[in-house]
Design a protein around this ligand. Structure first.
Ligand SMILES: Cc1ncc(COP(=O)(O)O)c(C=O)c1O
Length: 386
């Protein structure tokens, strides 16, 4: 049997990983500035994480949600405290798309409405509703097309107000990434998030903060939406939550009441997933990783801004994007082949950095030196441009 060929893949197989480094089958070491797509939050194979999952597997790995799972309660308590949302409720699931799917569905159950506002360049996942609110027609199959979704321009307060003015009574929810990831590292402005909050409150619509990529401490605050001082009604999260173990969740504001059978999943919140998620939070707390993400992220962004050949350095904490000019279109490829550094991309020409929140300054320096070197090799004449 062949694999279904849907991913453009690098011909590299990773066989070992530690902290912010990975190694291929030939023993070649790579610096991981991509974090396996924002997933590696506390660093690869962190010893506490490995031990907690191993210990749990030796006790019980899985039982269904038909019984009490005290690890879920422990996780809810810890997550509530560390995220600063102790009065919210936790529903556990398995992936980012599933989290968004549940959030959108829950909003519709809550207010009995079906229209959803989403924004240009957004990405929310590939399941039916999640992809319907994603602004990329190429990945929306005919069966996913949905005339309940209204796409508005990102950060356009007037368009948002006009939409609520004309159909506020039909809007079930507004879904927004605090920083768009796949869309190219674009931040929602504080005033835009505040406007969403006030319009949702006055029209009884729910504010869904997609924190799958920009959340879980990546920007230096637990949720990137926190920088704007707003409280969403539902936060969705996944990637960094399990440091590679598939676990996702939604945090639900206290005024949204549960009903048996309303949401459900077989695997969500299983013993192993909870052990992984708890280990991640324990390390985030013990090693002050939010503060580290803020500090090392600022250092990288400032250093990149000092490089005259690089344009538009964007982002917060360790969610960083920068644009490269046509002369440097091969920079990402060459960072991998020439300097053995993994980075991410966003089409057409943005290099995305999503490393572990535990990235150290000396690893950041190693990355920055590689960028300088590869720019010099690719386009020496750019060196004097300001
Ligand atoms: C903002 C955002 N939401 C949702 C998703 C979907 O997550 P998953 O791939 O775990 O379904 C992603 C994945 O990249 C994402 O970046």
């Amino acid at each position: 049997m062949k694999l279904f060929d849907v991913y453009p893949i690098q011909p590299i197989a990773i066989v070992k990983a530690k902290g912010s480094y990975v190694w291929d089958e030939n023993g070649q070491q790579y610096l991981d500035m991509y974090g396996g797509h924002a997933v590696i939050s506390i660093g690869h194979t962190h010893p506490h994480y490995v031990k907690r999952i191993t210990d749990q597997l030796n006790k019980v790995g899985f039982y269904s949600n038909s019984i009490r799972i005290p690890l879920q309660e422990e996780l809810a308590e810890k997550l509530g405290r560390i995220s600063g949302k102790p009065d919210y409720q936790l529903f556990l699931c398995n992936s980012g798309a599933e989290a968004n799917e549940n959030a959108l569905k829950l909003a519709s159950f809550f207010n009995g409405r079906s229209k959803i506002i989403s924004f240009s360049r957004s990405f929310h996942g590939r399941t039916s509703l999640a992809v319907a609110v994603t602004d990329n027609p190429a990945i929306v199959a005919p069966v996913n097309r949905n005339d309940q979704v209204i796409f508005l321009p990102f950060n356009d307060e007037q368009a948002l107000e006009a939409c609520f003015d004309s159909m506020g009574g039909e809007i079930s929810s507004v879904i927004i990434e605090g920083i768009q990831g796949v869309g190219g590292i674009h931040e929602a402005s504080d005033t835009f998030l505040q406007k969403i909050r006030s319009l949702c409150t006055s029209h009884n619509a729910l504010f869904i903060a997609d924190s799958v990529q920009c959340g879980y401490g990546r920007t230096g605050q637990f949720f990137s939406h926190d920088h704007a001082g707003v409280q969403a009604d539902i936060y969705t999260m996944a990637k960094g939550m399990g440091n590679g173990f598939p676990v996702a969740a939604i945090l639900i504001a206290p005024h949204i009441r549960p009903k048996h059978g309303m949401l459900g999943t077989t695997f969500g919140g299983n013993h192993l997933a909870c052990a992984a998620a708890l280990a991640v939070l324990e390390v985030i707390e013990a090693e002050n990783l939010l503060e580290n993400a803020a500090q090392v992220g600022t250092y990288i962004r400032e250093s990149l801004r000092d490089m005259p050949q690089i344009q538009q350095v964007r982002g917060r904490g360790l969610m960083i994007g920068f644009e490269v000019s046509p002369e440097l279109k091969d920079l990402r490829k060459n960072l991998l082949s020439g300097s053995r550094v993994f980075t991410g991309e966003a089409k057409p020409n943005v290099i995305r950095l999503l490393p572990s929140l535990a990235l150290r300054k000396k690893e950041a320096d190693e990355f920055l030196e590689s960028v300088r070197e590869q720019i010099q090799l690719l386009a020496p004449s750019l060196n004097n441009v300001h």
